[in-house]
Design a protein around this ligand. Structure first.
Ligand code: SF4
Length: 443
């Protein structure tokens, strides 16, 4: 896996390879990482200095920390881009003794950023967790890593063990292993699983509704968000805002995969043009389209590659930042066939509790499979639109909405191909091996 920080523009300009350092005042996530070596506690502290935890009797520390987070303008890096300061304020105003849940579930099959973070710079995530736990008065920290990501869990557990007896873990951290399914990382699903439930999303009328584990409140933060918060606490909000753009400050991790020579995790400044991000991974051929945001994201045509990679500009052209994934589709691949494979995978990943999701997604996946293979009947296209309408917005979580968005965007971006497939004349590309991650790429 390629892991590169390009938030330091000097490194990009110099064509530096993987695992480059940083000259951005230390305020990048991967700056302390050196190729093939995880940053152990000693290397981490040598690079970043001590963790600015509250000293004894420092009653204004939590206010100062919250003010720094607000001034940084950081938003959640898990997909929803919710302001981290607002989430922190809600938790601070809530009931005492919450559980802080570190979400490193990464159910998105194409994403590798949580894996990269916890494998390369686990102590940055642990610092962020301890700082937020101190700010909200958390009684415990649950670090959630999917049951099927053994290496990540091992790296995280080693990092937790390194801290034992150092005084750098005032709040106990438990590494827990929920099932590695797409929806298991949805925050209400995580809270449910930690509470002994099935680990399925629960219906919430709006995102601000408080989660609970037992009788205690719970605050769920994405692992990358916490790592950024640790940097903000050390280097200040201005260092964080030195990268990115005014409405979307900071750096972010992006997994670039698909038809590229160097698939991997890249740290970029928000606002970097998509073409630049894709270019660092070296496309194997002329780019036809890019799946943005992951399997529940949206396809963008190559004509949109000039778009700045940040939530606002991406949304304006129909793209998604979401889980920070870019799947590059070369002109020699079939967007309809890849879309059908993704839909089939996503249909199998539902939590199986809402009718539109349970019945609608397999039906959508089946129609897309017929279309991909050139065996569509005359009524397939309007039928698909009907299925999209019947599913969209009807689940307890956003899982089906993401599938509908991804499929709709495919029918628009690959409209010419879709028409050819619908008339029984797909080109030969539809039979090529998939560019998607192995778990998804069955024929
Ligand atoms: S919408 Fe689908 S994935 Fe979400 S809770 Fe309902 S059945 Fe599960």
């Amino acid at each position: 896996m390629t892991i590169t920080t390009t938030a330091d523009s000097a490194a990009v300009a110099n064509g530096a390879g993987t695992g480059v350092g940083t000259s951005a005042g230390g305020s990048t996530l991967l700056g302390s990482w050196r190729a093939r070596h995880s940053a152990d506690l000693g290397a981490h502290l040598a690079h970043h200095g001590p963790i600015p935890l509250p000293g004894p009797g420092d009653t204004s520390w939590a206010d100062r920390f919250a003010a720094a987070i607000e001034a940084s303008g950081i938003t959640g890096r898990g997909g929803a881009a919710f302001p981290s300061s607002a989430k922190l304020a809600l938790a601070r105003a809530g009931r005492a003794g919450p559980t802080l849940v570190v979400n490193a579930m990464e159910g998105e099959p194409a994403s590798g950023k949580d894996q990269a973070l916890l494998s390369c710079v686990p102590h940055l995530v642990l610092d962020g967790a301890q700082l937020v736990a101190a700010a909200i008065g958390a009684g415990r920290i649950a670090l959630c890593i999917p049951a099927d990501r053994y290496d990540t869990a091992l790296a995280a557990s080693r990092a937790v063990a390194e801290r034992a007896g150092t005084g750098l873990m005032p709040v106990a951290v438990t590494v827990v292993r929920p099932p590695g399914r797409y929806v298991a990382g949805e925050e209400s699903a995580l809270a449910s699983w930690l509470d002994g439930g099935p680990g399925a999303p629960t219906f919430r009328p709006r995102k601000g509704v408080a989660l609970t584990i037992g009788r205690r409140p719970a605050l769920v933060h994405n692992a990358e968000t916490l790592a950024h918060m640790a940097l903000v606490a050390r280097y200040g909000p201005d260092a964080f805002r030195a990268a990115g753009r005014p409405g979307s400050p900071g750096s972010t991790l992006v997994t670039v995969t698909g038809g590229v020579e160097h698939p991997g995790v890249y740290e970029i400044a928000l606002g970097t043009p998509l073409a630049e991000v894709v270019g660092w991974a070296h496309p194997v051929d002329e780019v036809q389209a890019v799946l943005t945001g992951g399997f529940g994201g949206s396809w963008l045509p190559a004509a949109a590659l000039g778009t700045a990679y940040a939530p606002g500009p991406m949304a304006a052209v129909g793209g998604v930042v979401g889980a920070g994934v870019l799947v590059v589709l070369p002109r020699t691949a079939c967007g309809i066939a890849e879309t059908a494979r993704i839909a089939r995978h996503m249909a199998g990943e539902s939590a199986g509790q809402c009718g539109p999701c349970v019945f609608g997604l397999p039906a959508i996946a089946q129609d897309l499979a017929w279309l991909a293979s050139g065996r569509a009947d005359a009524g397939l296209t309007p039928r698909l639109e009907g299925r999209f309408g019947a599913v969209n917005g009807r689940g307890a979580c956003r899982h089906p909405d993401g599938v509908v968005r991804m499929a709709r965007s495919a029918l628009s971006v690959f409209a010419g191909d879709a028409a050819a497939h619908a008339s029984g004349r797909p080109c030969l590309h539809h039979a090529r091996p998939s560019l998607l991650p192995p778990a998804t790429a069955r024929p």
